[in-house]
Design a protein around this ligand. Structure first.
Ligand SMILES: [Ca+2]
Ligand SMILES: [Ca+2]
Ligand SMILES: [Ca+2]
Ligand SMILES: [Ca+2]
Length: 282
């Protein structure tokens, strides 16, 4: 989760107005012509798409039928400017990031069934997509710079079982954002085990956040299944027996210079976890 979204989540939690991705708060108001409302600015599969001409307003979103859409705001409202080919399963999330550090943004999206695509936001050409056979599913993905090279990385959890009939095997992956190759995959599996009344069900982690959670100067990857993994050395820093929540943000609530995990459970309630103290902070 990037800092802007973390800030947005916090402000939302505090009941304050949420700025639009940290940019000009009036941006989303379309100068009074059209207003976003409800949870739109929290949606993961919808982003504002900057344009060379800042007067041009565009939005990119992915739908659950597997297509990306780009809307352009003209005088009288939105016009659909482009639709992607069918990506074959629900779009989980859309990002607008400069993955290779060349100063130009790319549209990055991933689907429920494990397809990752990069599109050029100027001419809408496909820049890259992964092999269809790579993954059975991707359950969460974030973009951050977690190593020494200046490119951004894709950090994600994916089910890489070979056959549909095998049990799911959720591993953590790091892909280089420029070369778009696999830099690392965890040996360990990271399932999310959820216990309700009597049954325990297992799936993949549904959220991850990245930050230095123990103050050693190295970024850590937090999976909502309860794992904190050093992004450089790939060691497990903490395994909480309790999952953290469905959605997470990072905030230093006690001003010791090290952020805590703010986790949302049951769709709205917040818990705070300290990685330093390896426990829920009460
Ligand atoms: Ca770029
Ligand atoms: Ca990097
Ligand atoms: Ca650390
Ligand atoms: Ca702290």
């Amino acid at each position: 989760m990037n800092n802007r979204i973390q800030t947005g989540l916090l402000l939302l939690a505090l009941g304050m107005a949420v700025p639009a991705w940290g940019e000009d708060p009036n941006w989303l108001m379309w100068k009074g012509e059209v207003a976003f409302s409800g949870g739109l600015d929290e949606f993961r599969a919808m982003k504002i798409l900057p344009y060379k001409d800042p007067k041009q307003k565009r939005i990119v979103y992915g739908d659950m039928r597997g297509r990306l859409h780009i809307l352009q705001y003209l005088k009288n409202g939105f016009r659909e400017e482009w639709t992607s080919p069918n990506l074959k399963s629900a779009v989980m999330e859309v990002f607008v990031e400069d993955m290779d550090g060349d100063g130009r943004m790319e549209i990055v999206a991933y689907t429920e069934r494990g397809k990752i695509v990069f599109y050029d936001p100027e001419d809408y050409q496909l820049i890259w997509q992964n092999q269809e056979t790579d993954f059975k599913a991707i359950t969460t993905l974030k973009i951050d710079d977690v190593d020494d090279d200046p490119n951004k990385e894709l950090v994600f959890c994916a089910d890489n079982r070979a056959n549909e009939n095998d049990r799911p095997q959720y591993h953590l992956y790091i892909y280089d954002g420029k070369g778009r190759f696999q830099e690392w995959v965890s040996e360990q599996e990271y399932p999310l085990v959820q216990k309700s009344a009597s049954v325990a069900s297992s799936g993949g982690p549904t959220d991850l956040v990245i930050g230095d959670l123990d103050g050693d100067g190295e970024k850590d990857i937090v999976l909502n299944s309860g794992y904190v993994i050093d992004a450089r050395f790939k060691t497990v820093k903490w395994h909480s027996t309790e999952p953290f929540g469905e959605q997470m943000g990072l905030l230093d609530v006690d001003s010791d210079g090290i952020p805590e995990i703010i986790a949302q459970v049951s769709g709205r309630f917040l818990k705070v976890f300290s990685v330093v103290q390896r426990r829920e902070k009460l």
